[in-house]
Design a protein around this ligand. Structure first.
Ligand code: TXA
Ligand code: MG
Length: 324
């Protein structure tokens, strides 16, 4: 296995003042800590420590060209690391703390480990809203680099148990703060010169952002791309069949709305009332659950593309893309 150090048991501990202080200490010592955010669980390391950041790539088996998100206390702390433009400032003021990540030029000099940026001159940054994540940033006293706490190419964990499933033996401590309230990763915004680009749809819907700063560009054609946005990502073991209008023999069903299709061997419903927020929060945990039933195919009912539906459909499309 591609891990620098021997496997050792992972401790999963309820997040409280003591365990968060321990987590902060481990981070300062260059170790890895799993922790909840309002979006998904993160796998954290001291973002100033090149070796600690390298350990994230090893634990996740993540390609080195795929850069990480840095978690900070607030706008001011972010300003010490990257250079803001007026749109970025407006976005941070409106949506931080919260599920929005901004990709901005690194300051020169910049204390962040180079590996955080995966060789680019930019860094992705956000101030998380989850109380445990915020307290951990405080306790660590350093910015925390944290990708989602899954092995590369797999579904992001939205509970401590799912994070442990992914990273057992590869992380020293996982702080258990219960299920993630939003359940889908942050929206990632980059800039082509100063024009905002939607690099990854996510927890903050496009409309909320466009209402504030106008139209977002698509990444196609822009100079900046999110290197992690490979077509096949978030892949469960089972095949996914999207926009299913009926269930075929032996299929599991990921339903949406009050009229789940009949005939599935096992069903999970993202939201009986058709609420996209509830659906986003349930998406990854239900995909994991259906995957574990051993079904060869998971049929997925159509999900509207409005609001959070854009991010949900994006993740489903990646989860169903052919593997390479
Ligand atoms: O909600 C989230 O964003 C979670 C929690 C833990 O904060 N984190 C997360 O990280 O989803 P990760 O590493 O799984 O996804 C980071 C995304 C990737 O698509 C990556 O390519 C993009 O952000 N990214 C990071 N740095 C970038 C940069 N300098 N330029 C362009 N894209 C970048
Ligand atoms: Mg991820």
């Amino acid at each position: 296995m591609a891990v620098d150090r021997p496997e050792r048991p992972t401790r999963i501990v309820a997040a409280d003042a003591d365990s968060i202080a321990q987590g902060g200490k481990l981070l300062r010592e260059g170790r890895l800590v799993g922790f909840p955010t309002e979006t998904v669980y993160g796998l954290g390391a001291n973002a100033l420590d090149e070796d600690a950041v390298a350990a994230i790539f090893a634990a996740k088996e993540r390609p080195r060209f795929n850069p990480l998100i840095v978690h900070v206390r607030d706008f001011q702390a972010a300003g010490e690391l990257v250079q803001f433009n007026p749109f970025a400032t407006a976005l941070a003021e409106a949506f931080w703390p919260g599920g929005l990540t901004l990709v901005l030029p690194r300051r020169e000099p910049c204390p962040l480990a180079l590996l955080v940026s995966g060789g680019l001159s930019t860094a992705a940054i956000r101030a998380p809203a989850h109380p445990t994540a915020r307290s951990l940033v405080e306790a660590a006293g350093v910015p925390i680099a944290a990708p989602s706490a899954n092995r590369a190419g797999r579904i992001s964990p939205t509970s401590a148990a799912d994070a442990a499933d992914e990273l057992q033996g590869r992380v020293d401590l996982i702080l258990d703060g219960g299920p993630c309230p939003l359940g889908i990763e942050s929206t990632v915004i980059g800039f082509d010169r100063e024009n905002p680009i939607l690099l990854r749809p996510g927890a903050i819907p496009r409309d909320d952002i466009e209402n504030l700063i106008g139209r977002l560009l698509d990444p196609d054609g822009a100079m900046v791309q999110a290197p992690g946005m490979m077509a096949s990502h978030y892949a469960p073991r089972a095949r996914l069949r999207l926009n299913a209008k009926m269930v075929e023999a032996g299929e599991a069903l990921l339903a949406f709305g009050s009229e789940p299709l009949p005939g599935a061997r096992v069903v999970r419903n993202l939201s009986v009332s058709g609420d996209l927020r509830e659906a986003a929060a349930n998406l990854f945990s239900m995909l994991r659950l259906l995957d574990k039933t051993g079904a060869e195919t998971i049929a997925v009912m159509p999900i509207p593309v409005s609001g959070l539906g854009e991010a949900i459909n994006d993740r489903l499309a990646r989860a169903s893309a052919p593997r390479n």
